[in-house]
Ligand binder design. Structure first.
Ligand SMILES: [Zn+2]
Length: 311
């Protein structure tokens, strides 16, 4: 097994979907493991972190973990009450996430582990736990450099751009790409005819500014929760139509796009249809970008990706 890889432990948005009709893609909520040598970096702590934790405690050698959170909606933290390494002395866990202070981050994480919602509080964790704000500075975790930007999603939500040995991974699990253009279109009638070109220019500028963070990514993991029909009903809810995700990835010259945060209402058949439709759009643009659903259990070997220029 490669020592430098990405592995999907949870790919489902909103809530777990442990249904037989969904098992081809997977039912756990967001959790992605990034392994670089001996460093273990965990992106989000949805229910996918539960089987990851169980696998980690069976491994020899690993006792130190970094958990990087995009935000604190339940689907991104609800695996933590059952994350076994936190309950074992001798383990070390560093949490990172959007917050004003480390104390606020600790508060966000601990609130779901209080009576009457859960019988065990974070104070009973036996691991050495530390909290850090994903602030102005880039994070440097071993050989991994991580920067962040704010996403269009309810509450403060970060996407992370991760540089590992000349390769770039962008993790943007919850993001409404068309938020600005939809907002402009919704107010279009308030503007005169001669102002319409200005609105179009603003939309274009926002589009390019929005994809700047994912530019030239070797692997982009991005929200693609809605079909076009869903999105017409759920504008402003903070998630993307998969067609918008594909178009942005193409414009950003991404090499490998993994559609993420699948709607729990969509079974394997529907998600296969979405994947096929997304791949057709890529072909129509005569692009060589890989475009696949993120699927639980799938591992991307980072050592096999060609090194690219540093940003
Ligand atoms: Zn969310």
């Amino acid at each position: 097994m490669s020592r430098s890889y990405l592995r999907f432990w949870g790919v489902r948005g909103s809530y777990p979907a442990p249904f037989t009709s969904h098992m081809g893609v997977g039912g756990n909520t967001p959790c992605v493991e990034l392994r670089v040598g001996d460093d273990v970096i965990i992106l989000d702590a949805g229910t996918g972190i539960i089987p990851l934790g169980n696998a980690l405690v069976r491994e020899d050698g690993v006792r130190s973990l970094h958990v990087v959170l995009s935000h604190y909606h339940w689907d991104h933290i609800s695996g933590l009450p059952f994350f076994v390494p936190a309950f074992i002395p001798g383990w070390s866990i560093d949490f990172y996430g959007p917050a004003e202070s480390p104390a606020e981050l600790a508060h966000h994480i601990s609130q779901q582990m209080k009576a009457p919602y859960f019988p065990v509080e974070t104070e009973t964790w036996l691991a050495d736990v530390r909290y850090h704000v994903s602030g102005e500075q880039e994070l440097q975790l071993g050989d991994v450099r991580i920067s962040h930007t704010t996403m269009h999603h309810p509450g403060l939500t970060y996407a992370y751009r991760i540089e590992v040995d000349g390769r770039v991974i962008v993790y943007a699990p919850d993001n409404e790409l068309a938020f600005i253009s939809q907002s402009i279109d919704a107010r279009r009638e308030e503007f005169d005819e001669d102002e319409q070109p200005l609105l179009e220019a603003m939309k274009q500028e926002q589009h390019w500014r929005g994809i700047e963070f994912m530019e030239d990514a070797d692997v982009l993991i991005h929200d693609a929760q809605y079909t076009p029909e869903d999105y017409r009903k759920k504008r402003g809810w903070g998630h993307s139509c998969y067609l918008d995700t594909v178009r942005c990835a193409l414009d950003a010259r991404v090499k490998d796009l993994r559609l993420f945060s699948h709607d729990p209402n969509n079974d394997d058949v529907e998600l296969d249809r979405i994947e096929g439709s997304a791949m057709e759009l890529v072909s129509a643009h005569q692009s060589r970008m890989t475009c696949r659903l993120a699927r639980e259990g799938v591992q991307i070997d980072l050592d096999s990706l060609p090194r690219r220029r540093r940003r």
